[in-house]
Design a protein around this ligand. Structure first.
Ligand code: C5P
Length: 208
């Protein structure tokens, strides 16, 4: 059997309003880097499209660094070309960006106190013709939201976690996740290392 190419998004995106100010979130990229390490370790060609993070590139992984959601979207479209690919979208992509980005640092007096935002592209929704796995970090009851996302974005499954739970989500080395499938099926896992969560994700992808 030919192994698929893994294209993994990881980390946050930064949405600049000027060269020194941006909107972002606390994603560290650990989950995505763990998925990329696991996929490469299993012999799959792996491309990791990463927002700004402080992590070392795993062995055998091709890394593409990006800053904004639009850059991440373009890099993913490029990365999925030319081979049967699986997109694993772990990145915490900013949903909105400032409507304008100044070419130089804005002076305090030039800022009105109101920031106009526009929507960013939804990478998972935009990229077509590949197998897709999504993530859903929610606060409370993630399954229902995850099942909806799965159907709406045409995903094979969603890795759902409640970020308010201790040891799960942003910055931790552990996560407690559920795989939620489009038919509403749920596979629940105990609290485990992100590397082990990554192994389960790659197992599920390669099993199909
Ligand atoms: O709808 P929501 O943003 O909660 O969906 C989360 C999933 O969608 C994650 O897998 C995330 O990486 C992906 N996503 C994306 N592009 C966006 C927003 C989210 O690929 N602009």
């Amino acid at each position: 059997m030919r192994l698929p190419r893994f294209v993994v998004t990881a980390g946050p995106t930064r949405e600049h309003l000027d060269p020194v100010r941006f909107l972002s979130n606390p994603s560290t990229g650990k989950m995505g880097f763990a998925v990329a390490a696991e996929a490469a370790g299993r012999g799959c060609e792996t491309i990791l499209v990463s927002g700004p993070v402080a992590l070392k590139t795993p062995a055998g992984v091709k890394r593409v660094d990006v800053v904004s959601a639009r850059e991440m979207c373009a890099a993913v479209k490029e990365a999925v070309k030319g081979a049967p690919a699986v997109l694993v979208a772990t990145a915490a992509v900013a949903d909105w960006r400032p409507a304008e980005c100044a070419g130089r640092k804005l002076k305090k007096r030039e800022m009105s106190g109101t920031l106009r935002l526009v929507r960013n592209p939804d990478i998972l929704k935009t990229v077509k013709g590949v197998r897709k796995i999504g993530f859903a970090a929610e606060t409370g009851a993630p399954e229902r939201e995850a099942a909806r996302k799965c159907r709406e974005k045409k995903l094979e499954f969603v890795v759902a976690n409640d970020v308010t739970e201790k040891g799960a989500g942003f910055g931790c080395d552990t996560n407690r996740v559920k795989f939620v499938f489009p038919d509403g099926g749920v596979r629940e896992f105990p609290l485990m290392s992100k590397r082990l969560v990554a192994r389960r994700i790659v197992d599920e992808v390669l099993r199909a």
